[in-house]
Structures are given as structure tokens and as C-alpha cells.
Ligand binder design. Structure first.
Ligand code: FE2
Length: 242
């Protein structure tokens, strides 16, 4: 059952990405990881209580899927068996934002199938949220299947908005922020490359410049805030901000 759901989802996603003429080489790392994913590596983890945001927002998001029919069927099928969890826990995040960001892993440490080289699945964002500027070493795919997602890449860049069926690739270490609109947003996400990298949230320093707060992934895949530091010139350069 899990193998079939995972196989169908990753095959449909890979096929869709390969057909994208606007994807260029940026999509190749995701396609190769999806094609290499062994869906026989299923795992059975304890069930979790359904997060309130899933109860409130998943059904309306699934009712307005805007991707290709085969992929939409796969998304619906996986969404029904996914082990949904709240991504951020603990201190350092507003409760509304924390509760509004939930995910279900198809592949990864808590996925339907295990993988050390790709983390992929569904990411459900509540309406009216702003996920502030952050960066990570992993290369990231966002593929909107329902709702609208406004993205900002870089501290000075103009935001742009993706609708259903549209995707973006966030380069490694580029800071990015996400904003949702009046409806729930459902996204297929994928991380490849440095999938163990921490998630650094950037905040403007009182004396000018930037500080960054480190969120580290725990064995249950949730992120917990662990430390903070000033953003150095080397980090700015790595982020393409100099
Ligand atoms: Fe990201």
C-alpha cells in the first residue's frame, strides 16, 4: 500500500518535472533523486494526532488542486495517508505561524519511504502567513498545487507569486521568505543536496546588518531553535548578498 502510494507520487512528480520546458537544468537534481528513490524502503512509524491546521485547511486545498490530473490523484492519495506534523516547535516562533506550517513526508527520515538523500512531500500553509527570510544549504523545490504562494529571494529582491501548477527552485543558501494569501496553500516540496543542513532565519540587527537564528532538525523531523549569531561577510557572500 505505502509502496504503491509512494511510487505513484514520485513517478507522477518526476514525469511532470521532466515535461517542464521552463525548468531547465535547475530541476535535474530533483528528477534524478526521485528516479533513484527506492519505494520498497517503507517504514511504519507511530501515528500522530492530526494537527489542527490539517483539519481546517487540507480538504479545501485538495478541493482546488490545479496541477495535472495524474499528479492531482497522487497528491490526494498521499495526503490521505500522510503522517502530518507541525514543522516548528518550541521557543522563537509565533504560535499562529508554528501551527500554520505543517508537512507530511513522502520520503525522508519520517517519510512513507526512507531516504538520506532527498526529503520530499506535501507542505500545507494556512492562509495569511508570513514565513520570514531564511536560508539552508539544501537546494529546494516548491511546486504549488493549490492556493497561491508569494516568494521573495534575497533581502532586496521584489516578491513574486506562484499559482497552482507553478514551481520555483531556491538555490543553496539563498535567503527566501514565503507569504500566503486568503486561501490555504498546498505545496509539493523537495530538498536535495545538503539535506542535513540547518535552517537559518535572518533578522535585522538593531545596530544594522543581520543576525541569524539557527533551527536544527530533530530525529522526528521537527525544527527546534538552538542558537544565534551575527551574519558575517562570508555568510552574506555565500547567500549572494554582497
Ligand atoms: Fe526553504
Amino acid at each position: 500500500m505505502s509502496t504503491t502510494v509512494a511510487q505513484t507520487f514520485k513517478d507522477q512528480l518526476s514525469t511532470d518535472l521532466k515535461a517542464r520546458t521552463d525548468g531547465g537544468p535547475a530541476l535535474e537534481p530533483f528528477i534524478s533523486q526521485l528516479d533513484a528513490l527506492d519505494c520498497a524502503n517503507t517504514q511504519s512509524l507511530p501515528a500522530l494526532p492530526t494537527p489542527p491546521s490539517v483539519a481546517a485547511h487540507l480538504a479545501p486545498a485538495l478541493a482546488t488542486l490545479g496541477c495535472a490530473p495524474g499528479l492531482a490523484d497522487a497528491v490526494r492519495q498521499f495526503a490521505g495517508v500522510a503522517r502530518w506534523y507541525q514543522i516548528f516547535e518550541g521557543e522563537g516562533i509565533e504560535p499562529t505561524l508554528a501551527e500554520g506550517l505543517v508537512a507530511g513526508q513522502l520520503a525522508g527520515q519520517v517519510g512513507l519511504v526512507t531516504s538520506d538523500t532527498i526529503r520530499t512531500g506535501l507542505f500545507l500553509l494556512a492562509p495569511g502567513l508570513h514565513y520570514p527570510l531564511h536560508q539552508h544549504g539544501a537546494l529546494e523545490l516548491y511546486f504549488v498545487v493549490s492556493g497561491r504562494l508569494t516568494l521573495q529571494y534575497g533581502t532586496r529582491a521584489e516578491p513574486f507569486t506562484l499559482g497552482p501548477g507553478e514551481h520555483s527552485v531556491t538555490p543553496s543558501n539563498t535567503v527566501h521568505a514565503l507569504t500566503t494569501h486568503q486561501v490555504p496553500t498546498l505545496v509539493i516540496y523537495a530538498w536535495v543536496g545538503d539535506v542535513e543542513s540547518p535552517n537559518w532565519w535572518w533578522v535585522e540587527a538593531r545596530e544594522g546588518g543581520w543576525d541569524r537564528v539557527c533551527w536544527e532538525r530533530q530525529p522526528d523531523a521537527k525544527w527546534i531553535q538552538t542558537r544565534s549569531e551575527a551574519v558575517t561577510d562570508a555568510v552574506l557572500a555565500e547567500a549572494g548578498e554582497l
